[in-house]
Design a protein around this ligand. Structure first.
Ligand SMILES: C[S@@+](CC[C@H](N)C(=O)[O-])C[C@H]1O[C@@H](n2cnc3c(N)ncnc32)[C@H](O)[C@@H]1O
Length: 279
């Protein structure tokens, strides 16, 4: 999928990260929030000097992997067909491994189960919480850190750093470059950064928005039908995603998602949010 979007193909459901959480209608368009008290996971940790600069230059990460979207992710975005190939690469390149922008679970727990010494970093406390719950269900307590990629600052150095489905979510090209520098600083000699790249042109609906005709249709209409998924406990999630802006010079896009949670035919939560990415 293009980076940032949930993988919806062939996904199966499983135990959620937040089975009891109930959301009310909110708009969850989060940029960097000021840090809250230590120990609270939900906020985004940010170095205040960098945050000020980022705010001035409008390059704060803009991501939607919180709340209901994090729940949706934990239930349904769980297939990880790339893991065998990743394990081969890790075997060649070396450990420990850092799963950067690890999300709630797709890859990290599978690496731990395979005996890999792996840590995770993510900007979303909700996704980190999901990753922690998934790992602990298998008896692991990995080191999971709430941090934006472009401010990566850990005491450990890694043989392999992975960035899966998350390249370009740094908030700006400048932040993405900073992320690459920080990755380099966190690699031991001979280590490697492994990234995958979600090509916009591989997905017809997304790619159309980059054409002259597509530009005239922005912001795109919401899709008529949502992606509707039902978890084993009968909770239904209805997700809609549309592109609202594409900057062909900057090579950036902004997408909006709207997600609804329903049980017994009643809406029990609804949220909307934005995600900005760079190619
Ligand atoms: C598309 S998901 C991919 C998750 C996981 N890597 C996977 O392959 O399943 C993107 C993840 O990147 C995280 N993320 C987005 N922007 C980030 C940033 N600037 N720094 C750190 N994590 C970020 C999100 O919170 C989310 O968990």
């Amino acid at each position: 999928m293009p980076n940032g979007l949930p993988r919806t193909h062939n996904a199966k459901s499983r135990t959620p990260c937040h089975p009891t959480r109930r959301s009310t209608r909110t708009s969850r368009t989060r940029r960097f929030a000021p840090p809250r008290a230590a120990g609270q996971l939900d906020p985004l940790c940010v170095n205040s000097a960098t945050a000020t600069t980022a705010r001035e230059t409008n390059d704060l990460p803009l991501v939607w992997h919180f709340g209901l979207m994090a729940e949706y992710w934990a239930w349904f975005t769980i297939e990880a067909p790339e893991v065998p190939q990743l394990l081969k690469l890790i075997g060649r390149i070396g450990q420990p491994v850092l799963d950067l922008a690890c999300g709630s679970d797709r890859i990290l727990t599978r690496l731990l189960i395979a005996g890999v010494d792996a840590d995770g970093v993510d900007i979303s406390g909700d996704m980190i919480r999901g990753a922690r719950e998934a790992a602990s269900a298998h008896g692991f307590l990995p080191n999971l850190v709430l941090q934006p990629m472009h401010e990566l600052a850990l005491s450990r150095r890694y043989g392999t750093i992975l960035i899966c489905d998350s390249l370009g979510l740094g908030g700006s090209r400048r932040n993405d470059l900073s992320m690459f520098r920080r990755c380099r600083e966190h690699l031991i000699p001979g280590g490697a950064l492994i990234v995958n790249v979600g090509m916009e042109y591989a997905y017809k609906a997304e790619w159309e928005m980059w054409t002259n005709d597509g530009q005239k249709r922005l912001p795109a209409d919401w899709p008529d039908a949502p992606i509707a998924r039902v978890s084993p406990d009968g909770t239904e999630f209805r997700l809609r995603i549309r592109t609202i802006e594409v900057d062909r010079l900057d090579q950036t896009f902004t997408r909006e998602m709207s997600i609804e949670k329903r049980h017994d035919g009643r809406q029990i939560g609804a949220e909307s949010s934005l995600l900005r990415g760079s190619l």
